[in-house]
Write a protein that binds this ligand. Structure first.
Ligand SMILES: [Zn+2]
Length: 123
C-alpha cells in the first residue's frame, strides 16, 4: 500500500477517493508460478483486480501475438499510459493490451477520473 502511494497500480485511482475496496494482486498468479512475495505483488482497486484475475497477457487480435500485461514491479506506468480528460490512453502495445483486458475506460470510470483530475487528484 505504501509503495503504491495508496493508489491502484493499474488505473492510478487513489484509494481515499474510491468507492471500492482495494486488493493485493499477484502480478504473476500463483498458478503461473509467481511468487507470494513483494516483488510479485501489486496494490489494486477491486474493479481492476476482478478484471485482471490470473491473467498475465491477452490478445489484441485473434490472429495476433499474445501480449504481456503491464507489470507495475518492472515497468513505469507513465511509459505505457497517459491520461486525457479521464481517459487512460496507451503509449505502447503493453498499455493497449492492459487497457483492453482491465476495461479501464468504461464511461463510469472515465467520468470518475475526470472529476478527480479536475480537482487535482488524478493521475
Ligand atoms: Zn484500478
Amino acid at each position: 500500500m505504501e509503495r503504491a502511494g495508496h493508489r491502484c497500480e493499474y488505473c492510478r485511482v487513489p484509494e481515499y477517493l474510491s468507492a471500492f475496496d482495494y486488493h493485493i494482486d499477484h502480478i504473476i498468479g500463483l498458478q503461473h508460478g509467481g511468487p507470494n512475495s513483494l516483488i510479485n505483488l501489486a496494490y489494486g482497486c477491486s474493479p481492476c483486480n476482478w478484471k485482471k484475475g490470473p491473467n498475465i497477457s491477452t490478445l489484441l487480435d485473434l490472429d495476433g501475438p499474445l501480449i504481456a500485461l503491464f507489470n507495475p514491479r518492472t515497468q513505469d506506468w507513465f511509459a505505457h499510459f497517459e491520461t486525457k480528460d479521464g481517459l487512460i490512453l496507451p503509449l505502447t502495445v503493453t498499455g493497449k493490451a492492459t487497457i483492453k483486458l482491465l476495461d479501464l475506460n468504461t464511461t463510469a470510470k472515465v467520468e470518475e477520473r475526470l472529476q478527480m483530475a479536475l480537482a487535482g487528484f488524478y493521475p
